[in-house]
Design a protein around this ligand. Structure first.
Ligand SMILES: NC(=O)c1ccc[n+]([C@@H]2O[C@H](COP(=O)([O-])OP(=O)(O)OC[C@H]3O[C@@H](n4cnc5c(N)ncnc54)[C@H](OP(=O)(O)O)[C@@H]3O)[C@@H](O)[C@H]2O)c1
Length: 260
């Protein structure tokens, strides 16, 4: 595998799997990364059956300090020139912050923030040297809203938005683009993993397919931020006109644990 490839973290389900399908359909070879090797192998078979793209699977826990450097070393050994980096792997924790296990909060920060920063730092120099490349970083509408009972999660996503916008400006004129993708509720395994499935109104969900189609178009058009869907866009515009203390109270009422 010695040609331009898209590296997608968190490709074993949801948005990551959909990025892999759509980028492969667009003719890119893909490297799929997540912990669940069986899911990645199934997706590899599906993509290769569909024809055209080649697929490489790397099963790895990215919620560890050394993970990004290990992954970069492995793709370098494979001879991959990564020209699309989709920093998608992530998860959320829900509950009273004072009750949440610290180890899980640390893993959330390592994955949602540190891994994304480290992979950007490791893959961007080659993109800049080649004068082309695309980085897609997964934020959230939570990037715009301090969210009680998902305090660490929304803070990680605020970091992603700020980091991505700053980086996009630094890289202007290099041929390398950075898109902060900030979806609202999207039908994936995210809500189940976070334990918030029953807290998100069914009518607000977008499909992963729609989110990813819009994201790829936006990245190709050189956009720096995308909030997909009119409902999410309206929400984000509203956040700009609302005091953050009020926003936090509204978000908190949505994600508060049920009284025992
Ligand atoms: N769905 C939504 O409503 C929504 C809204 C806004 C933003 N987002 C963001 O979108 C991104 C993708 O989430 P999703 O909605 O597609 O959720 P998902 O279906 O739960 O997918 C999350 C992916 O991250 C991977 N992952 C989790 N922990 C990992 C670890 N330690 N090491 C490597 N990979 C890991 C999972 O794979 P393994 O379990 O196999 O490792 C899975 O492939 C996340 O960053 C999320 O915060 C989602």
């Amino acid at each position: 595998m010695a040609k331009d490839v898209a590296l997608i973290t968190g490709a074993s389900s949801g948005l990551g799997a959909e990025f892999a399908r759509q980028l492969a359909r667009a003719g890119k070879d893909v490297v799929l990364v997540a912990r669940r090797a069986d899911r990645l192998e199934a997706l590899r078979a599906e993509i290769e059956r569909a024809g055209g793209a080649r697929c490489h699977v790397i099963a790895k826990d990215l919620g560890r300090l050394e993970a990004a450097e290990e992954l970069h070393a492995e793709t370098t050994k494979l001879g991959c020139d990564v020209d699309w980096l989709v920093n998608n792997a992530g998860f959320g924790t829900n509950g009273r912050f004072v009750d949440l296990p610290l180890a899980k909060e640390r893993e959330e920060i390592l994955l949602n923030v540190y891994c994304l920063v480290a992979l950007s730092r490791l893959y961007l120099p080659a993109m800049v040297a080649r004068g082309r490349g695309t980085v897609v970083n997964l934020g959230s509408v939570g990037s715009f809203v301090p969210t009680p009972y998902m305090a660490t999660y929304s803070a990680t996503k605020a970091f992603v938005l700020s980091f991505s916008e700053a980086l996009a400006t630094e890289l202007a004129g290099t041929g390398v683009g950075v898109l902060a993708l900030c979806p609202g509720a999207t039908k994936t395994e995210f809500q189940e993993v976070a334990g918030v499935s029953e807290k998100v109104p069914e009518s607000t969900y977008m499909t992963a397919e729609a989110v990813v189609t819009q994201a790829i178009e936006a990245a190709k058009a050189g956009r720096r931020t995308l909030v997909p869907g009119w409902m999410n866009k309206t929400l984000v515009v509203t956040t700009r006109m609302t005091p953050r203390s009020v926003l936090a109270r509204i978000a908190g009422s949505m994600f508060a644990p049920k009284a025992a």
